[in-house]
Design a protein around this ligand. Sequence first.
Ligand SMILES: [Zn+2]
Length: 175
Amino acid sequence: MKLDIKYYPDPILKVKAIEIKEITDNIKKMAYDMIETMDAYNGVGLAANQIGEAIKILVLRPEIKNDKGEIVLGDPEIYINSIFSNPSIEKDVMVEGCLSFPGIHIEIERPVKIHVEALDINGKKISEDFYDFRARVLMHENDHLNGKVFIERAHKKDKEFLKEALKKLRKSRKL
Ligand SMILES: [Zn+2]
């Protein structure tokens, strides 16, 4: 089932998500609904805050290379109760967008590598280093679960643009 996206300035985007005690059928359904929602909006990641639930689930679709060497989106992934550690000192800059901030795309600097411990949908432990695109999406979504959003990491040069863009968003949400 496709869920409603919570848009800026919805206060749920500032709430820190809580740990999931047990992966119940309801939690599983929510995770699959989040994937359906992410796909419906052509997103590559989604955190539970963005559908109005401040609990520690994030989903993503990684970029992978197909047989022809083309970059395509791979199978969806679900991370529950993720804990991030050991970000690389090396960073890079990429343009990011967010389903909760329609129309805003800005350059964000992030580490190129991150270590993630989490559970998959079956409660199996994930403990892995992630790089590049997948690492970036994971860090963007993990920010959401910490009640933080990508515009807080914006470069100074984008501050003026952001001010105007956010004003427009707030206005459009009131209509
Ligand atoms: Zn986002």
